[in-house]
Design a protein around this ligand. Structure first.
Ligand code: GCU
Length: 614
């Protein structure tokens, strides 16, 4: 009987921790936290011998797990003890950080690596709670604390946390995390992607101490299509959450609103404002917002803007805009690793600004929180995307639950960021009934969680044999997005550059169009004529012709060429040219500008004037 109960608990813990929704810890970014970043011991465990016993039963399921269970961080008690691991004698690596770039011998490794971090804390006040918070772990994390299983999180790019209030001690605490980055058919993303599968505790780890009843969630934005109404809700979590007084204040507006929570601990509000300084890329104005209760206070910097579509236009603060963008992967090319720090964010977003961008597409998964908060600060609009990429298992309920959970986690994290304007459901997914239903469920959930932003996805486009140069968007999901977006590679994957000149677009939907990708590979410094594949001249020709061709689309309102900078991909194997890199960057992996860079920069300067004179 015990085994069954343990199994049920194991399943519940796995499901509950991975996909529960009230597990929100809003804005820990601005709370005083104790960072656990730094050196963590690690053990590479390809056979997961620290997780399974020799009969391949998880140690988690055993009532008295053997010392072989790594999560116990066991030590020999006397000279007879047989323990075949020792975290403290094992090497260390930096957290946050992927293991591929830190440890040469596991550069290509896909499997389990165990991490251990010991720390002293203090005697936790009995009216406080303590959370262990991860910015992200790629891909699956089994998390243990002081020898107890806290839970499991799946999904490599969104934050999660666990309550360790009742487990933390004044001294000698230890965290053990089993990180497994094996790719799986049923996962999100699935087996095949065109980016490096960096494994590890790839983002910040913090201890977050809050009052036993604390502000765990808030949504403070302009109401959809109403630039004079700040609306949303504030929610408390804890034993005293009902009928509690909350003060929402925005000092610069001399706004101080007193709210009272309902029995669920939530208080909705709608506050008329006028003379707001609206957030925009040219004026990324942010207000200090203070949310306080008897025992808790959280501060945030929030920009207020409206974003909507009207026919073929995208309106920012009721003004038609053109999104001058670029795609970005979460990779620091100069350090050749998974980007995770504010310095990495500054490098990439400064490059985008220098290019003349007012917008970036964060491909193909949620990037770390430093990026979205920096975009808020310096004025870049952002397309955020969950890694529902290519051949996802559309009929698998667990796959859908995983995708929806990642969507909820990024929306919960970023819903107060003015920079975030578009939630993307997917990238280049093959059309089928199951796929469109999967995406429609995600879009419905998105609009339920956040009615203030636009929904899109990189849709499928088609031409027919009868009319090979006429492209249409006959993707059924086009009826469910606010903005039509698609990737097109005419001149690279689809014919040679001269084919671009012959392309016509037959887009029937009366919606704005964003080109979410176009481009061509070029090895920096490789020169030839405009038909020499991999040369800078070929890439430049594709840019010149594509920009001209896209202007024939009356609904064209933005573009994010693929991609800002060369990035690592296990699929790109041409010696002397790719060498494990996708070379479609406008910048080389050393930050060198290729010939096509100036073409896009000049176009953005021109189109900006055109829109600003409107
Ligand atoms: C696709 C895909 C990208 C990929 C790119 C390419 O459109 O969305 O992730 O890297 O094409 O083939 O370079």
């Amino acid at each position: 009987m015990n085994k069954i109960l343990l199994l049920l608990n194991f399943v519940f813990v796995t499901l509950a921790q991975g996909y529960s929704q009230d597990n929100i810890l809003i804005n820990s970014y601005n709370r005083p936290v104790t960072s656990l970043n730094g050196a963590w011991n690690y053990i590479v465990d390809p056979y997961e011998t620290g997780y399974y016993d020799y009969r391949y039963t998880p140690h988690d399921l055993s009532q008295n797990p053997s010392n072989g269970a790594f999560y116990l961080n066991a030590k020999p008690k006397d000279k007879t003890d047989m323990i075949e691991y020792d975290f403290d004698q094992s090497p260390t690596m930096q957290v946050p950080g992927d293991w591929n770039s830190q440890v040469e011998k596991i550069y290509y490794y896909e499997g389990t690596v165990w991490y251990k971090k010991s720390f002293d804390y203090k005697v936790l006040d009995k009216h406080k709670k303590l959370f262990l918070s991860f910015g992200a772990v790629n891909y699956r994390a089994d998390v243990y604390f002081n020898g107890k299983k806290l839970g499991v999180h799946e999904g490599g790019f969104t934050p999660f946390h666990f309550d360790i209030t009742n487990l933390v001690k004044a001294n000698e605490n230890f965290i053990v995390v089993k990180v497994d980055n094996k790719r799986k058919k049923e996962a999100v993303p699935t087996l095949n992607t065109d980016w490096w599968n960096y494994g590890g505790i790839t983002r910040d780890v913090n201890l977050v101490e809050v009052s036993e009843t604390f502000i765990n969630d808030y949504f403070i934005q302009l109401a959809p299509k109403n630039k004079n109404l700040i609306s949303g809700y504030i929610a408390l979590k804890g034993t005293q959450k009902a009928n509690q007084k909350i003060i929402l204040s925005i000092p610069e507006l001399k706004l101080k609103q007193e709210l009272t929570t309902d029995t669920s601990g939530r208080a909705a509000f709608a506050i008329k404002v006028n003379k707001l300084k609206y957030w925009s890329p040219d004026q990324p104005y942010q207000y200090e917002v203070v949310v306080s209760t008897l025992n808790d206070v959280v501060k945030d910097k929030i920009g207020f803007r409206t974003i909507e579509t009207k026919g073929q236009d995208i309106l920012l603060n009721e003004k038609s805009i053109f999104l001058r963008g670029i795609c970005i992967h979460e990779e620091n090319p100069l350090r050749q690793n998974r980007a995770h720090s504010i310095e990495d964010a500054k490098l990439l977003l400064t490059w985008a600004k220098e290019l003349g961008c007012n917008y970036v597409r964060l491909a193909h998964y949620p990037h770390n929180e430093h990026v979205i908060r920096l975009a808020d600060e310096i004025g870049l609009m952002v397309w955020e995307e969950i890694p529902v990429y290519w051949t996802i298992q559309w009929e698998n309920a667990q796959t859908y639950a995983n995708a929806e959970n990642q969507l909820k986690e990024v929306i919960n994290r970023d819903k107060n960021r003015a920079a975030s304007i578009i939630w993307s459901m997917a990238n280049e997914t093959p059309v089928s009934k199951a796929r469109t239903e999967f995406l429609l469920r995600l879009a419905t959930k998105t609009r339920e969680l956040d009615p203030t932003r636009l929904v899109s996805a990189a849709l499928e486009i088609h031409a027919t044999d009868a009319e090979p140069f006429t492209k249409t968007i006959d993707d059924p999901f086009a009826d469910h997005v606010d903005v039509l977006s698609f990737n097109q590679y005419v001149g690279w994957y689809d014919g040679l550059p001269d084919k671009i000149d012959r392309i016509q677009w037959n887009i029937k939907q009366n919606k704005p169009v964003l080109i979410s990708e176009f481009g061509a590979d070029a090895k920096y410094g490789l020169h030839g004529d405009s038909l020499t594949r991999w040369s800078e001249e070929y890439q430049k020709e594709v840019y010149v012709k594509t920009i001209k061709m896209l202007q024939r689309i009356p609904q064209w309102r933005g573009v994010t060429p693929w991609i800002l900078v060369d990035f690592r991909s296990p699929r790109r194997l041409l010696p002397g040219v790719q060498d494990g890199f996708n070379r479609k960057g406008l910048l080389s992996d050393k930050g060198e500008k290729k010939a096509a860079y100036a073409v896009l920069k000049d176009f953005y300067a021109t189109i900006r004037k055109q829109y600003e004179l409107k």
